[in-house]
Design a binder for this molecule. Structure first.
Ligand SMILES: Cc1cc2nc3c(=O)[nH]c(=O)nc-3n(C[C@H](O)[C@H](O)[C@H](O)COP(=O)(O)OP(=O)(O)OC[C@H]3O[C@@H](n4cnc5c(N)ncnc54)[C@H](O)[C@@H]3O)c2cc1C
Length: 600
């Protein structure tokens, strides 16, 4: 079998999606050689004999296309021939399903359409599908260097594409700079401060004291800087195929952008990953008064003595409790009837009680009339037709985020925007302009970093390969990092009823979970929802100190259609909080009071 290997760098042309016809070609001593790029061809031409010697023995696995030196190669028999391969039984098995195809593909004489069917069937290992290159400077051009942009860039590079990324602000985007990372480290710092005086263990002295906010904030900033460099800039440096342009750009067509310095960059496809920014509800007086958003609140010079937070979804709630635990007096205002309004109603009601016990003043179901600022802030609101006011030194508005879609040309290139300014995409993340894809917060809710990352990967793959890999958010777990945490996946009881099915529910208070008893923290519950006709788990709603760590098991249960019995029969190690999942599943059929510790 003759493999198509670049005789200069030794990489497999097939792996890069380059057929013989498209490869740079150079004739030497009566033979034709095919290269992965023009640079390799030029280098080769300087000393062909030396390079042929160096690369002559390289072997490519016919299935996964890994490049190996002979000593790392295995063989198996096919049609009386010894076929060299990487040694993985899966590759041998897949090869034998369509040997003619794989042999031709290796020789660069077969187009690669169809390989995905073999490789993906039953397993989701990376398939090699040919990428469309176009005539541009790059194959893929990504606008926005946050999590979605990075995933798109990495996927593009892995597929062998030449990738460009344009970022106008701080590399890494929201999550690492002003979102997940800073908020979660500050939440843990505030928790440590809270636990000094609020822990449940006798004999352990409470140590009261004031947090040193500038030190706490600088510690957070150091973590952010380290993670930005380590997880973003350095990662990008390790992908030679990715070129970063750190400047403003304007999208000029489905295949081009113009940089602020005037250069035009062209590419086969574009992926828009420009994220979202804090958005404030239109409240009279707010714009004049000024206010904090999540970014400026985490960067404050000094801690305020008191704070009003408007908005009790994830960001507002997390920051409200964080400031409360650093000693700030917090008043929380929410327009909907409950805090965490998108979650199962029981969760919002119980969590509100815990937060009130910690000292937070909470008003849900309010209509905010006006914001005034006269030194301190006054927020006028009505609740149950009664007029009320809240006053505080600072005001934080956390009423949502809106897509960054204005001011860089999207309106003029045939991309449709939705009611909230988000880029409208189909299930393959393609916009109304077939050459432009979009992923992450810029496409609207749900705005989570793992959704953005998955979107970036999916958009890049679909854009480059023409695949139609659907963006599937079934069984999406969600976490709100309050203490106790809120985590959920799938449907609520009400949603199942609304769909016309009959739900089965089980709710286990954490006081029945040994881990919670030993940790002396029995706040919360595990609620499971199953379909009565199939007994499959269709939803889970948890309020618990580490609910975020527990929800992945239930996300798998929902995704793969596990039943109540699958959960009750699986081992759950004793004295873990996740044992609460098994116990909750048992309570579908048993009285939890009659269950012994770990004797189901
Ligand atoms: C306080 C807070 C806490 C959060 N906590 C969590 C959490 O715990 N877990 C979780 O999953 N999610 C969390 N999120 C949400 C998460 O951060 C986002 O969903 C995720 O970062 C979105 O990634 P993205 O790539 O879509 O956008 P971003 O990360 O925002 O990236 C967009 C990038 O595009 C750049 N850009 C914008 N316009 C242009 C332009 N015209 N040209 C070039 N570049 C442009 C921006 O500068 C930015 O770098 C949190 C968000 C906030 C605000």
């Amino acid at each position: 079998m003759k493999t198509l290997i670049c005789p200069y760098c030794g990489c497999s042309l097939v792996r890069l999606g380059i057929s013989k016809e498209k490869a740079a070609t150079y004739s030497f001593a009566g033979s034709e050689y095919h290269f992965c790029c023009r640079d390799c061809a030029d280098e080769f031409a300087a000393d062909p004999e030396q390079h042929l010697q160096r690369t002559k023995d390289l072997v490519v696995c016919p299935t996964c296309l890994a490049e190996k030196t002979p000593e790392l190669t295995f063989t198996f028999e096919y049609a009386g021939e010894k076929i060299p391969y990487c040694g993985c039984p899966y590759c041998r098995e897949v090869f034998l399903k369509a040997p003619d195809y794989y042999i031709k593909r290796l020789e660069g004489t077969e187009a690669m359409e169809g390989v995905g069917d073999f490789i993906r069937g039953g397993s989701d290992r990376d398939a090699i599908t040919p990428i469309s290159r176009g005539d541009g400077d790059f194959d893929l051009l990504i606008v926005g260097g946050g999590s979605a942009g990075f995933s798109a860039a990495i996927k593009g590079a892995e597929l062998g594409a030449r990738v460009a990324m344009a970022e106008l602000g701080t590399l890494g985007g929201t999550c690492v700079n002003v979102g997940c990372v800073p908020s979660k480290t500050l939440i843990r710092a505030a928790e440590a401060n809270h636990r000094r005086t609020h822990h449940p263990f006798e004999g352990i002295a409470a140590t009261n004291g004031q947090p040193d906010w500038p030190v706490v904030r600088d510690h957070k900033d150091a973590l952010v800087t380290g993670m930005r460099e380590g997880k973003y800039r350095d990662v990008l440096r390790s992908y030679e195929a990715v070129t970063l342009f750190e400047q403003r750009s304007t999208v000029t067509s489905g295949n081009s952008i113009t940089l602020a310095d005037g250069r035009q960059i062209t590419a086969g496809k574009l992926v828009i990953t420009t994220g979202a920014s804090p958005w404030a509800a239109p409240i009279p007086g707010l714009a004049e008064a000024g206010y904090l958003d999540s970014t400026s609140a985490m960067a404050l010079d000094t801690l305020p003595s008191s704070l009003i937070v408007i908005g009790a979804s994830a960001v507002g709630l997390e920051l409200a409790q964080m400031f409360l635990r650093l000693g700030v007096q917090v008043t929380l205002l929410e327009a909907l009837p409950r805090i965490v309004p998108a979650e199962d109603p029981a969760i919002g009601n119980v969590l509100a009680e815990y937060l009130a016990d910690e000292g937070m003043e909470i008003h849900a179901g309010v209509t905010i009339e006006r914001v005034e600022r006269n030194g301190s802030y006054t927020v006028r609101f009505s609740q149950d037709d009664r007029a009320s006011t809240a006053t505080a030194e600072q005001l934080l508005v956390a009423t949502g985020r809106r897509a960054n879609t204005k001011g860089f040309g999207l309106d003029d290139v045939g991309v449709t925007l939705g009611k909230r300014g988000e880029v409208v995409v189909n299930e393959y993340l393609q916009t109304a302009n077939p050459d432009i894809y979009a992923a992450g917060d810029v496409t609207g809710e749900p705005m989570f970093v793992y959704v953005a990352a998955y979107g970036g990967t999916t958009a890049a793959e679909n854009a480059l390969t023409g695949d139609a890999r659907p963006f599937d958010l079934t069984a999406l777990p969600k976490v709100t990092f309050t203490d106790p945490q809120v985590a959920s996946v799938g449907f609520t009881e009400e949603e199942i009823r609304y769909q016309g099915a009959e739900p089965l529910t089980a709710e286990l208070p954490l006081e029945h979970v040994p881990r919670a008893l030993a940790a002396r923290d029995t706040r919360g519950f595990v609620k499971l929802v199953a379909d009565a006709s199939t007994r499959k788990i269709v939803g889970a709603h948890i309020l618990a100190s580490e609910a975020g760590e527990m929800i992945t098991e239930l996300a798998l249960a929902v995704q793969f259609g596990l039943t109540i019995e699958n959960l009750t029969s699986a081992f759950h190690p004793y004295l873990t909080l996740s044992e609460g999942i098994k116990l909750a599943a048992q309570t579908f059929d048993k009285d939890v009071a009659k269950l012994s510790c770990c004797a189901g």
